[in-house]
Ligand binder design. Structure first.
Ligand SMILES: Cc1cc2nc3c(=O)[nH]c(=O)nc-3n(C[C@H](O)[C@H](O)[C@H](O)COP(=O)(O)OP(=O)(O)OC[C@H]3O[C@@H](n4cnc5c(N)ncnc54)[C@H](O)[C@@H]3O)c2cc1C
Length: 453
């Protein structure tokens, strides 16, 4: 690849791009990367990391109240949004710095500006510099889709929500996916009056039905008003507020309206028309199992390909790409049994198939489930429940789905995922001695098959 300025040019220094650049450089490739915003990408700057920090912040509200049941007297707590935003900023700046340092240590040339594709082996930086590359990797990520109703320009997305200059005392969150649910929980926990508007009849489409019901219940218990089966018709600026009118005729005056109705690959202005790279109807770059597009010198990883839009997947795809193309180690990413979480309160952790998916796949399935009061709630008095559900392929006894709603569900499911990935059977779960007292022990003590009533 000596005829090119670099062996690899990566567009986008997020989860996928950074990993690919570092690993490729480690194999001796001459690598450059361009980032138009902040190194680290969505996850670090305006996704997983700041979100989880805000989830932690929001949960103190319950802790202060629950402490009374355990003998504590807690003075009236006060919350400063400004201090939270500032503390978050310090942490993501630190993380972004680590990403940058690691890239530099690996010998990757960093261009802190936008880059677009100008040919099968060429990119142009925002300052006009042209760079030729043996291979181009597009790791530009995705962005929130905007609303198409009057006044949509008055709304914000999750990106702006992290840095609002003022805490919104009243907020409408529009959407029913994990980002909408998480932000509804964050704002409610921090003291806002939250209304969730979702056009579906249930939140969290794609999740197990029991999980969907439990999460909706949890949101309501934390004071979130659910307007399901409804949509925003219009947002208007009125004196000191945003006035939301829904298609069903509900009118609400709030401080902010946050849209979380979906995300789409950021491919519109990447210069791809200068190539024949194929995109699907949503603009996602179409790739094969090794993340290669139909143009042999152009690859794409992460959200820009709209496969499984999660950080660990983008990282794996970036790593597999570098191993395959620069390490002579052809590697494909396995998308099965990827554990995921919804950092709602209560939290969701799932791995594998929903009950409905399992029935469609295997026909006969056994379902084990428990819904119980967690130990902590006995003294706190909080009306909380934990849901655990195990879905088993009846023919082989293999556990094909585990669904947990409750405190620390994400932590539990990461470990349950190891067992599911290894092909554990229900008998293996049963053979595992319980750890007492824990909520997780329920996962190995569920003995009675659930039958629909
Ligand atoms: C609110 C929110 C919460 C999330 N929470 C989680 C979570 O809890 N767990 C999880 O696994 N995932 C979560 N995600 C998803 C996760 O952030 C993404 O799946 C992941 O960041 C995708 O990585 P990527 O490398 O594909 O893209 P990104 O991380 O988005 O990186 C792409 C980068 O490319 C840059 N870029 C784009 N175009 C150009 C260009 N032309 N020139 C130069 N630079 C460019 C962008 O500025 C960006 O930095 C969350 C996302 C959001 C929005």
């Amino acid at each position: 690849m000596a005829d090119y300025d670099v062996d690899l040019f990566v567009i986008g220094a997020g989860s996928g791009g950074v990993r690919a650049a570092r690993i490729a450089a480690g194999y001796g490739a001459r690598v450059a990367i361009a980032e138009e915003y902040r190194i680290g990408g969505t996850c670090v700057v305006r996704g997983c990391v700041p979100k989880k920090l805000y989830v932690y912040a929001s949960r103190y509200a319950d802790e202060f109240v629950d402490a009374a049941g355990f003998g504590w007297t807690v003075p009236e707590p006060t919350f400063s949004w400004e201090r939270l935003v500032a503390a978050k900023e310090v942490e993501i700046t630190r993380l972004s710095g680590i990403y940058e340092t690691n890239l530099r240590k690996a010998g990757v040339a960093i261009h802190k500006q936008r880059a677009v594709v100008t040919g099968d082996h060429a990119v142009r930086l925002a300052d006009g510099t042209d760079v030729t590359a043996g291979v181009i990797l597009i790791a530009a990520g995705g962005g929130a889709t905007r609303g198409d109703f009057p006044g949509a320009e008055l709304t914000i997305s999750s990106s702006e929500a992290f840095d609002l200059p003022e805490f919104p005392k009243r907020i409408v969150v529009n959407g029913g996916g994990y980002i909408a649910i998480e932000f509804a929980g964050i704002f409610a926990g921090l003291g806002a009056d939250v209304t969730l508007i979702h056009r579906g009849d249930k939140v969290l489409r794609g999740f197990d039905e029991d999980v969907r019901d439990e999460v909706a219940e949890g949101l309501k218990k934390r004071g979130v008003t659910l307007l399901l089966g409804d949509e925003i018709a219009e947002v208007a600026a009125v004196e000191g507020a945003r006035r939301v009118t829904t298609k069903a005729g509900v009118t609400l005056d709030v401080d902010q309206v946050m849209l979380a109705v979906g995300r789409a690959p950021l491919t519109a202005d990447l210069g791809l028309d200068a190539t024949s790279v194929m995109r699907d109807h949503r603009g996602a770059i179409m790739v094969d199992a090794s993340s290669r597009t139909n143009v042999p010198s152009i690859y794409a990883v992460g959200d820009v390909t709209d496969r499984l839009n999660l950080t660990p997947i983008a990282i794996r795809e970036g790593h597999a790409f570098a191993d395959t193309v620069f390490g002579q180690k052809p590697t494909a990413v396995d998308y099965t049994n990827v554990a995921t979480a919804v950092f709602a309160t209560p939290e969701v952790g799932v791995v594998g198939l929903t009950e409905a998916q399992a029935r469609a796949t295997f026909g006969a399935v056994d379902v084990y489930k428990a819904r119980f009061r967690p130990m902590k709630a006995t003294l706190s008095g909080r009306d909380d429940k934990v849901l655990m559900k195990i879905v088993v392929d009846a023919a082989t006894d293999r556990v094909v789905g585990v669904h947990v709603v409750g405190e620390a569900a994400a932590e539990m499911i990461q470990l349950a995922a190891v067992a599911v990935k290894m092909g554990a059977t229900k008998a293996d779960f049963d053979d595992t001695v319980a750890l007492h007292p824990s909520a997780a022990e329920e996962l190995v003590t569920l003995r009675t098959k659930w039958t629909p009533s």
